[in-house]
Design a protein around this ligand. Structure first.
Ligand code: NAD
Length: 299
């Protein structure tokens, strides 16, 4: 029987509605309207489009959003100065620096410059550490947090399950493994394996997964023979593949060979329309958390 398709689009809509209601309540209670600043360095079209989407989604739920566009050749010191300004700005509760940054800018220095209480991407070492010890004040990276929400809201039990994460990036795979491992009945308490490029015989691991989360950036990496019958498969990958039948000349696919794996899995996320929309919904939710001071003090 073909797998249930988990719609991230539908679930993200629900979450955006919850965020909008929370902001209405905050406004009615005389609290400050949450403010998000997005910082974009350079003119990379994909980054421009991501930032536009994030700002639009923020405004739709009632977040005040401010986009700061900076030139590609901005000196690192000047960029750090902008971030300092946003750290001190009482109207800004969340700061997002769109990655990747130009080569002459130290990514670590920039991510560390963002105040941890305003770090809605969850990339600051303070938040990485807080998440590692399951501190509720952690601002957690949006994509893995979105995957947890997808699992929980779909009624998928993680406790005691074998979860296999493919990919160990700081943005997705590694925090994903930590969230599934956390002492937390809500999306945690799993037995976790994190596989990566140097894993010997990837299929040997993936076949043990009750829950398989794939974030490798490699189209078609996971085929049906690598999936245990009845497993839940979450595809984080977003890859462009040539497609002359499309106007743009390409289409987006995940890391999972969707058509064949859906015949084996019990539930699966599509690409697009799976994890992607959840990532943006979690950014909005993190901004409200930060504005409420629940991500630690703001200044
Ligand atoms: P990355 O390149 O930083 O990391 C990829 C990871 O996958 C690495 O740890 C690498 O060791 C592992 N890997 C690569 N090829 C592998 C293979 N053949 N076998 C086993 N492991 C392998 O990428 P990332 O930033 O973690 O993103 C991963 C994918 O997720 C990309 O396609 C990216 O576009 C997508 N992504 C989607 C969202 C979303 O919102 N849906 C957000 C972030 C990233």
């Amino acid at each position: 029987m073909a797998a249930e398709i988990i719609s991230g689009t539908k679930m993200a809509r629900e979450i955006r509605g919850e965020v909008a209601r929370a902001i209405e309540e905050m406004t009615a209670a005389g609290e400050q309207i949450p403010g998000l600043a997005t910082v974009l360095v350079g003119e990379d079209p994909a980054s421009q489009s991501y930032v536009r989407m994030k700002n639009r989604a923020a405004r739709e739920v009632g977040i005040r959003s401010r986009q700061i566009d900076l030139p590609d050749d901005i000196p690192e010191e000047e960029l750090l100065g902008w971030i300092e300004g946003l750290n001190a700005d009482p109207e800004i509760h969340g700061i997002l620096v769109q990655l990747p940054l130009p080569d002459h800018i130290g990514r670590g220095a920039v991510l560390e410059a963002v105040h941890p209480g305003k770090d809605v991407d969850g990339f600051h070492p303070v938040n990485v550490g807080r998440m590692a010890v399951s501190d509720p004040a952690a601002l957690v990276p949006c994509t893995p947090q979105g995957v947890v929400e997808l699992l929980v809201r779909s009624g998928i039990e993680t406790r005691g399950q074998n979860a296999v994460v493919v990919g160990r990036s700081n943005i997705v795979g590694r925090p994903m493994g930590q969230l599934l491992l956390a002492e937390n009945p809500r999306g945690g308490d799993a037995t976790v394996t994190v596989a990566h490029l140097f894993t010997r015989d990837l299929a040997e691991h993936t076949r043990l997964a009750d829950i398989l989360v794939v974030a490798a950036g490699h189209p078609g990496l996971i085929t049906a023979d690598m999936v245990k019958p009845g497993a839940v498969v979450i595809d984080v990958g977003i890859n462009r593949v040539d497609d002359s039948s499309r106007e743009k000349g390409y289409r987006l696919v995940g890391d999972v060979a969707f058509d064949e794996v859906r015949e084996v899995a019990s539930a699966i996320t599509p690409v697009p329309g799976g994890v992607g929309p959840m990532t943006i919904a979690m950014l909005l939710s993190n901004t409200v958390k930060a504005a409420r001071g629940l991500g630690g003090p703001l200044r």
